[in-house]
Write a new protein. Structure first.
Length: 156
């Protein structure tokens, strides 16, 4: 089928089905793109108007020039990447909370100065700061604390 610009959709030219194509669903099972054979992370299952179903990777969809498909796939990729980032951050947060229960970590932090000069001059330590962050800090502060703990314990 021809589009408005009188060109054949690349998936149709490859014999995958007759366009226009619509996104059916997305799966995270990976595999190889049925259009180009490249390994992919997410399978974007597309349906043609002829009833055909096939899957491709997001990069191939972005190369089609099909604005409707590109918009949908781009939003889905961003959503899935955000979910993966949040999962990684949640794992790091759990690790920070767990490390704050370790007496050896707390002892090491107690030997290091508070990151704020004022509090450091008044006898506060990195352990004091870490306890405050765990109690009152947000996600970013907790993630930064995790980096500080890793750095402090790496030199032990």
């Amino acid at each position: 089928m021809e589009t408005k610009s009188n060109t054949v959709h690349i998936f149709q030219a490859a014999g995958l089905g007759v366009g226009p194509f619509k996104l059916n669903h997305v799966s995270g099972e990976g595999g190889k793109c049925q259009y180009c054979g490249t390994p992919i992370v997410w399978r974007f299952y597309l349906n043609g108007i002829d009833g055909s179903t096939f899957f491709v990777g997001s990069d191939c969809v972005m190369k089609t020039g099909d604005a409707g498909l590109m918009k949908i796939v781009d939003a889905e990729v961003k959503r899935r990447m955000a979910e993966a980032r949040h999962a990684r951050e949640d794992a790091k947060l759990a690790a920070v909370k767990e490390s704050m229960k370790d007496a050896n970590v707390l002892a090491k932090l107690a030997t290091l100065p508070h990151p704020n000069g004022y509090y450091a001059r008044n006898g506060k330590t990195l352990a004091d700061y870490a306890s405050w962050i765990v109690k009152y800090g947000g996600k970013t502060a907790m993630l930064n604390l995790g980096k500080s703990i890793a750095k402090a314990t790496a030199t032990a």
